[in-house]
Design a protein around this ligand. Structure first.
Ligand SMILES: Nc1ncnc2c1ncn2[C@@H]1O[C@H](COP(=O)(O)OP(=O)(O)O)[C@@H](O)[C@H]1O
Ligand SMILES: [Mg+2]
Length: 210
């Protein structure tokens, strides 16, 4: 595959959507063929799965059901959007990917990292992001940002202990994958964060003569 696959990770409210917009505008202006996608969702089928997942009324959803629904939406996204775009030499920027499942379902829901990874193998095969940005923000600050933005969805509305486990889960997988996952202090300004992301993406592009 000749394209580039970038993912944005971080707790709710850490600024993923904001940074994806800035990065895709930058890369499009530089002449690249870019597609942005979000998880869960990013396809017609995936968006239907997303609605089930985020519906605040689905309070009694089983953790295993949740894990499979995320992987199901991801399988569709990989086949329908990511692989074709990469094969065409484009750049894919995804708002969350497998790392999110490892952290939210594997660590925070305590299903197990290994278990979640093995289920996700069916969804993604050997596909791995070329680079992942982890926007690290104190989980209470993130939820506060979200609360100001809109009503909290099912996952955002989880208790602080859950969000704390997510925060430390991200730290853990970032240290295990330090080559691929770049940790950025998300309390910096939007522009400062954007500059750091652009520097990293450009050095990746130059290094691969992409
Ligand atoms: N660096 C930043 N500093 C302060 N506020 C920010 C920053 N980045 C984003 N925000 C604000 O925080 C809120 C959540 O940002 P968003 O990009 O939607 O986060 P996410 O997609 O990670 O949930 C938005 O209201 C956004 O304007
Ligand atoms: Mg977002």
């Amino acid at each position: 595959m000749s394209g580039l696959f970038i993912t944005m990770e971080g707790t709710d409210g850490s600024g993923k959507t904001t940074q994806i917009k800035l990065l895709s505008d930058y890369l499009e202006k530089a002449g690249y063929d870019v597609v942005c996608t979000r998880e869960p969702g990013g396809t017609k089928i995936g968006e239907k799965i997303r609605n089930i997942l985020i519906d605040a009324e689905n309070k009694n959803m089983n953790d295993i059901t949740e894990m499979f629904l995320y992987s199901a939406a991801r399988a569709q996204l990989v086949k329908e959007v990511i692989i074709p775009k990469m094969n065409g030499g484009g750049i894919v920027i995804s708002d969350r990917f497998v790392d999110s499942s490892i952290v939210y379902q594997g660590i925070a829901r305590e299903i197990g990292e290994k278990e979640v990874k093995s289920v996700n193998k069916y969804a993604v095969g050997n596909l791995l992001p070329d680079i992942t940005f982890l926007l690290e923000l104190d989980f209470e600050k993130g939820i506060e940002r979200k609360r100001q933005q809109s009503k909290l969805d099912r996952i955002e509305g989880e208790n602080l202990y859950f969000h704390k486990k997510v925060f430390y889960g991200y730290k853990k997988i970032a240290s295990k994958n330090s080559q691929r996952i770049k940790v950025i202090d998300a309390s910096l300004s939007e522009n400062e964060i954007h500059k750091i992301i652009v520097e990293n993406v450009n050095s990746l592009i130059n290094g691969r003569s992409f």
